[in-house]
Each structure stands twice: as structure tokens, then as C-alpha cells.
Design a protein around this ligand. Structure first.
Ligand code: APR
Length: 239
């Protein structure tokens, strides 16, 4: 009988930083989006109710910008791990750069820019062609369409399945997130036990105070640190 090779389960949890090297601004860095926009004006259910035009315009701008961006070597390195590991990407990002780079299993915790959904029925989700959501576009149930984005103050429907995925991981890699937004940030606590190693690639200082697992902080930007780490893990695991 041939040798049974079980691939390691690697979960990659990403934030805005993984797309920073593709030229997409993060949220909380000094040049980040939240330095130029007020969250309560563009990213809450109240804003959508009271100032729909501003919210739709904000996401139209994000969509238009993202259509000009390409994956960077960090996204590609993450996708390449599928050749020798069982990989799931859980991203807080609403861009589709992981998919463009070739990752086949991507969970979007905070929604997707390139989709719209009915304001009434969250299960009526539609892909959008191009960047522009027109203000009066409706879903088949007659309700107005809204960006398929999880706003502040809304629940995170994919959170539970993301927790189950993290609980299966042999290795957790975290890339480019300040770990400041909950519940997403708490995913790092859902690893199976204290032995599961956690690698963090981020040039800044994410909030890791609560992490009790063995933690390796690669203090580099994604385009440098992710390919390095992937190479190291490949050498260790893909024997
Ligand atoms: N490579 C990797 N990481 C980087 C880079 C880079 N080139 N540049 C910056 N970073 C890191 C920063 O050091 C920071 O830790 O990316 C992180 C960005 O943090 P945030 O701006 O807070 O983004 P994120 O953690 O993804 O935000 C979470 O907040 O507003 C929301 O819904 C939005 O999903 C988002 C959530």
C-alpha cells in the first residue's frame, strides 16, 4: 500500500494589509480610509437609511478603485500553498484579490464589493458588472439593492463557519490586520489548542495581547514577509 500523505490544514486570516501592496489603502493606518471618512456616515445601517447616496457613492468609489488593482506576490504565495497544504483563506477584505491570485477557498467575513443584495432579503445576492451601483437599482423582490457589505453594527453571518474552520487548523497565518475589529479579531482564539502555531505577517503592531499560542511575528510588509514565510513552511512541511 502506498503511503498516505495527510496535508496540513493551514488557515490564512487576512486584513487590509495583504492588499496594501496592491495599492489599496488600509483603514486604520495614518493614510487609511478612516482618516478621510467617518465610519458613521458611510458604513452603518443608519447611514444607509439616512444618507443612501453617500453610502452608495463610497462603495462605488471603492469598487472603481479595486477594478484597477491586481494581486501582489503575497496573495500569490498564499494561493500557491494549495499545492502542498489544505488551505482556507478567511479574509476581512471586500476585494477579490485572493480569488484573482488563485485561492480556491475564500471566506469573506465582511462581504464582497463586487456583489449587491436586496435590502429586504439578505439571500438575494447579485454580482455587479463594472463599478457603478445606480441609486435606484432594485432586486427581484422589488427592494432597493445595497452593497453586499457587513456594516458596523450588523451581525457577521460568516463568523460561525469561520470559527469552525479555524478550529481545524494545524497552523494559523494572520496577515495585515490590526486585530481591532470584533468579532473578526477574536478568530485567533478559536484555534484547537495551545500548541497550534500562529504566524503573523504585519509591519505594524496588531493587538496580539490575548494570544497565548506560540506566536511568530514577521514584522514585514506582506509582499516581503508572506512569500518568505510560505517558503519556510513549505521547506518544513512539504517533504
Ligand atoms: N503589508 C502587510 N500589512 C500591512 C501593510 C503591508 N504593506 N501595510 C499596513 N499593514 C497592516 C497595518 O500594520 C495594520 O495592522 O495592515 C493592518 C491594517 O489594519 P486596519 O486598517 O485596521 O485593517 P483591518 O484589520 O483589515 O480592518 C478590519 O475594519 O473598517 C473595517 O470592515 C473593515 O474589514 C475591515 C476591518
Amino acid at each position: 500500500m502506498g503511503k498516505v500523505i495527510t496535508m496540513k490544514k493551514i488557515v490564512v486570516f487576512t486584513g487590509a494589509g495583504v492588499s496594501a501592496d496592491s495599492g489599496i489603502a488600509t483603514f486604520r493606518d495614518s493614510d487609511g480610509l478612516w482618516a478621510n471618512y467617518r465610519i458613521e456616515e458611510v458604513c452603518t445601517p443608519e447611514a444607509l437609511r439616512n444618507n443612501r447616496a453617500k453610502v452608495v457613492e463610497f462603495y462605488n468609489l471603492r469598487r472603481r478603485e479595486s477594478l484597477t488593482k491586481k494581486p501582489n506576490v503575497g496573495h500569490y504565495a498564499i494561493a500557491s500553498m494549495e499545492e502542498w497544504a489544505d488551505v482556507v483563506v478567511i479574509t476581512q477584505n471586500v476585494d477579490n484579490l485572493h480569488e484573482q491570485a488563485g485561492s480556491t477557498r475564500v471566506v469573506h467575513l465582511h462581504g464582497e464589493l463586487m456583489k449587491l443584495r436586496s435590502e429586504r432579503n439578505p439571500n438575494l445576492i447579485y454580482p455587479i458588472e463594472g463599478w457603478e451601483q445606480s441609486m435606484d437599482a432594485t432586486a427581484e423582490d422589488g427592494a432597493l439593492l445595497r452593497p453586499h457589505i457587513v456594516f458596523f453594527g450588523e451581525s457577521v453571518p460568516m463568523f460561525e463557519s469561520a470559527c469552525s474552520i479555524v478550529a481545524e487548523a494545524d497552523i494559523l497565518i494572520v496577515v495585515g490586520t490590526s486585530l481591532a475589529v470584533y468579532p473578526a479579531a477574536s478568530l485567533v482564539y478559536y484555534v484547537r489548542d495551545r500548541q497550534v502555531p500562529i504566524y503573523l505577517v504585519d509591519p505594524g503592531n496588531p493587538d496580539t495581547a490575548m494570544i497565548r499560542n506560540p506566536l511568530t511575528h514577521v514584522k514585514e510588509r506582506g509582499a516581503i514577509g508572506v512569500p518568505q514565510l510560505v517558503e519556510q513552511l513549505k521547506n518544513e512541511l512539504a517533504k
